[in-house]
Unconditional design. Structure first.
Length: 750
């Protein structure tokens, strides 16, 4: 890292701890307003974010609206050591990494490593999680393993979205936004009473935008957006001790292809150059040609219904039931090579549904808080994949066209029991402990067929029906926290998490091993949360050490089909070894005066492979531990400020801005050639800064506002993700973040 940049980041950390406090001390107490105190349910009971003994960042719905956040990916930069971007080659998947742990591949058989929850309902796939922020009460980002209260596939952490519950007061909100690339975003939400005990809420949105990327030959647009969504909530309180919430939602995405940039020349199986890409690469200009035979579309349909019933047996004992059904259908066309040639293009069609049931018993009385529960999930995924590669084989194979199809079904049954106790030994000192036992079965079968247009004798079908895979895990958590004053919380925490094993849905032959085992993580964390100066200065710091073992790595190679003797791309998932991850996080904010506030979020991450076994790397003794772990930048930082100008005739103008920094990071697990220590430059992103700003006018009544928002003001060109399929034509494709954008937004509230 450039030493001047490192010095600036460290100086920023010192500024967070010292300078803002000095500014606070210099201002008269009566001149400043307090900071927001968000009440969260990270530990399944309501408590202030500042008294919760774990690393969690929370955003109220109002705070998200002030920032102009439109989607969950707009949280990028606002949470230390969080990477949350649109997934590679997909308009509807989200790549989420927390503290160097995540799962970027949207293939239907790969489980997420960060759990996503909407109103306590778990979303099993990373597809369908590219949420628009529609009428939310808050978002919580829990960092570190959450294996006891949240269970499987929260080995990196959890992302919780909580909708606004309708109540007895009438409430209505609406907004219309317009921006460049023909962006139009319309949202509306209304809620209110149906009777003294019933209330209903309805929210809807339409959001569309032209493509950031264009085809220089045809003028077609890619990387666009076209989303419609609606959600309805019925809230009924038939008795003082009974609450029933029924929610239904539906969303539909109909966007074009999500494409990137080829970062190297593409080489066919005959050694022929299919596409010559000169190096070094010219700066990306958001223009890409794609396979002309590939439809320019990705489609997603997501819907679900849930029922939450809470019954208070007494003031201290509550039973809660959460029942949910969800269904997801996608048809994604993907141009993996991002060129006009058909080296590797695909259709991935998925039909997924899940049923979940959770019973949760909460007890709060005196010094004891206890949470226990039972959880059940049944998920079924049917998928159909078509891989097109007519330009791949070349003259040694008669220039034959090529098609591979995969039809598979995966059924997952997961059951768990958990408990968590917190006991206050004194008014200031608490200890907590939790345990969760999970048992899981995966039943998988697949049929792979290959078709050669000029070599029909080599056409083949490979069925694969392995035994039912069974996994179980016991995760524990222990913590202690101490409050020497009501404004300071100190805590220490040990937590475990796991991510389920499974089968590789991308395997190409019956001889390739397709099963892989679960991942596990053990994490140690200490932290201090401080609020002082009449709730106008906040400084939180946490340090952590994580041992991440048996991690699942998708690696590529080239082999020979044992039946046809033709080249065979090997896309394996292996339990590669272990990572050691150390880091710290700082979050601070100060309301200097009624008008002026500043904040900072800083993350440091040191992630290294302790083991990464790969027998193909003979020059390094069968180890790839020298490689850089993906999506683990050493530094993430955001510095923000806001100033409110009171208008003489009433109302105010809010001026705000932020600078966000990410240091260099790898974008794929495979980031060197096989048996080489030479880095693939296209699979890395160098350090960069992004700058955002906003100016918002609020009228005197507080009901109406109009704002101008600018993102990436310096028009930085930067990569967010990459696709490495070197065994298929030497494909290495990079995907980019949005260029400079602006929008004007008009809002009304009643």
């Amino acid at each position: 890292m450039n030493r001047y940049v490192k010095t600036a980041l460290l100086a920023g950390a010192a500024w967070s701890a010292l300078s803002t406090f000095a500014m606070a001390q210099d201002a008269a107490p009566q001149e400043a307003a307090g900071l927001d105190d968000v009440i969260i349910t990270a530990r399944r009971t309501e408590e202030s974010v500042q008294t919760t003994p774990l690393s969690v960042t929370a955003f109220s719905g109002e705070a998200l609206e002030r920032q102009g956040a439109q989607q969950v990916t707009d949280l990028q930069g606002a949470v230390p050591n969080l990477n949350i971007v649109q997934g590679r080659g997909s308009s509807n998947a989200t790549n989420i990494y927390i503290r160097g742990i995540g799962q970027p591949d949207a293939l239907q058989t790969f489980d997420p490593a960060v759990g996503v929850y909407v109103d306590d309902v778990y979303y099993s796939r990373i597809r369908g999680t590219q949420f628009d922020l529609l009428d939310l009460e808050r978002i919580e980002v829990l960092r570190g393993p959450q294996g006891t209260l949240y269970g499987k596939n929260t080995i990196g952490g959890a992302l919780k979205l909580v909708s606004r519950r309708p109540g007895q007061e009438f409430r209505a909100r609406g907004s219309v936004a317009y921006g460049d690339y023909d962006m139009i975003d319309i949202q509306a939400a209304v809620s209110g009473p149906l009777s003294d005990t019933m209330a209903f809420g309805l929210s809807a949105l339409h959001s569309e935008r032209g493509g950031y990327v264009t085809n220089p030959t045809t003028g077609e647009e890619y990387n666009d957006k076209n989303t419609n969504a609606v959600r309805g909530t019925f809230a009924w309180d038939p008795a003082a001790n009974l609450r029933i919430d029924i929610t239904g939602d539906y969303s539909h995405d109909d966007a074009g292809l999500t494409v990137g940039q080829a970062t190297n020349s593409l080489i066919g199986f005959s050694g022929q150059t299919i596409v010559a890409v000169p190096l070094p690469l010219a700066e990306y200009n958001f223009q890409t040609e794609v396979d002309p035979d590939l439809p320019n579309e990705t489609r997603l349909e997501s819907r679900g219904v849930s029922a939450s019933i809470a019954y208070d047996f007494s003031d201290s004992l509550t039973l809660k039931s959460i029942t949910a059904y969800r269904r997801l259908n996608t048809d994604d066309y993907i141009d993996f090579d991002a060129t006009a040639e058909e080296v590797s293009s695909a259709l991935v069609a998925v039909d997924q549904d899940q049923v979940s049931q959770e019973f949760q018993l909460t007890y709060e009385s005196g010094p004891l808080t206890a949470v226990g529960g039972l959880y059940y999930l049944k998920e079924t995924i049917d998928s159909h994949q078509e891989a097109y590669a007519d330009d791949l084989l070349g003259p040694l194979f008669l220039n034959s066209g090529f098609l591979r199809t995969v039809d598979d079904t995966l059924e997952t049954t997961s059951q768990a029991a958990y408990g968590n106790l917190t006991y206050a030994l004194t008014d200031a000192f608490r200890i907590s402990g939790g345990v969760r036992f999970t048992e899981e079965e995966k039943d998988y079968d697949r049929t792979t067929s290959t078709f050669y247009s000029l070599l029909p004798g080599f056409n083949a079908t490979y069925p694969f029906a392995p035994p039912v895979a069974k996994f179980d895990d016991t995760s524990v958590m222990v913590s202690a926290d101490y409050q020497p004053t009501e404004d300071i919380l100190m805590y220490a925490r040990y937590s475990q998490g796991f991510k389920s094993g499974g089968y590789n849905g991308r395997a190409n032959s019956p001889t390739e091993s397709t099963a892989y085992q679960p991942e596990t993580a053990d994490s140690y964390e200490i932290g201090v949360k401080t609020t002082t100066w009449d709730n106008r200065f906040r400084f939180n710091i946490a340090a952590f050490q994580t041992r991440y073992e048996n991690f699942q790595a998708r690696v590529s190679g080239l082999d020979v089909d044992p039946i046809t003797n033709l080249p065979l791309a090997v896309l394996s998932v292996i339990n590669a070894g272990a990572l050691d991850i150390f880091g710290f996080e700082i979050e601070s904010a100060v309301a200097v005066t009624d008008a002026f506030s500043v904040d900072a979020q800083i993350g440091y991450l040191d992630a290294t492979y302790d083991e990464f076994a790969d027998a193909r790397f003979t020059s390094t003794g069968g180890s790839r531990a020298f490689q850089e772990p993906a999506f683990s930048p050493t530094w993430t930082a955001r510095y923000g400020a806001q100033y409110v100008i009171e208008m003489p005739g009433g109302g105010d103008i809010t001026l705000g801005g932020a600078a966000k920094y990410r240091s260099r990071m790898a974008l794929t697990v495979d980031n060197t050639p096989t048996n080489s220590t030479v880095e693939l430059p296209g699979m890395f992103q160098d350090a960069y800064w992004l700058y955002d700003a906003r100016a918002v006018f609020n009228d005197a009544s507080g009901r109406y506002s109009i704002g101008v928002y600018g993102q990436n003001l310096s028009d930085e060109v930067y990569k967010t993700d990459a696709q490495e399929f070197s065994s298929v034509g030497s494909i290495r494709t990079a995907y980019y973040g949005a260029p400079q954008t602006w929008m004007i937004k008009l809002s009304a509230r009643y």
